[in-house]
Design a protein around this ligand. Structure first.
Ligand code: HEC
Length: 129
């Protein structure tokens, strides 16, 4: 009886540790919360790949920015991206279609999302000095 319980505990521990390992291996970014926030707030327009083809994109003109377009995105500064995300696209003189997220995301979360967006760019983003 005791033996069986011990075996169960060992198996359970292995299972939990195994799952934790698989879980931490998933996000490709240092900030595991950023993809989650991106999915909640940004994917409806920008799409899960960030290429601007979210479900709402069909109804928008201009289209949500293709965040994977490194040629365009990589010359935008972090400050510009932070401003757009925090205060809306109109704050950088774009269309007013994207509202600001300063009310639901704090500065740290916005910085983490910018870091996440940078990972989507092709060609790869080289960080500012
Ligand atoms: C209602 C749809 C919508 C949502 C939701 C939305 N965006 Fe946008 N976003 C847009 C549109 C449309 C543009 C392009 C505006 C234009 O070209 O005038 C844009 C532009 C951008 C840009 C480009 C800024 C630049 O410098 O060109 C970034 C970065 C961005 N969005 C990030 C985000 C992030 C991060 C989120 C989630 C927190 C988000 N967006 C949520 C519609 C949306």
């Amino acid at each position: 009886m005791v033996r069986k319980a011990t075996v169960q505990v060992v198996l359970l521990t292995a299972l939990v540790v195994g799952c934790a390992g698989a879980w931490t291996a998933v996000p490709a970014t240092a900030e595991p919360k950023a993809p989650e926030k991106f999915t909640t707030f940004c994917v409806p327009c920008h799409g899960s790949a960030g290429d601007g083809n979210g479900p709402a994109a069909a109804f928008l003109n201009p289209k949500p920015r293709n965040l994977t377009d490194g040629k365009y995105m990589n010359v935008r500064t972090d400050a510009q991206l932070i401003n757009v995300i925090k205060n809306g696209s109109a704050s950088e003189k774009f269309s007013p279609l994207m509202s600001g997220f300063g009310g639901v995301l704090n500065d740290m979360e916005i910085k983490d999302i910018v870091a996440y967006i940078r990972l989507l760019a092709v060609p790869k983003y080289q960080s500012e000095k």
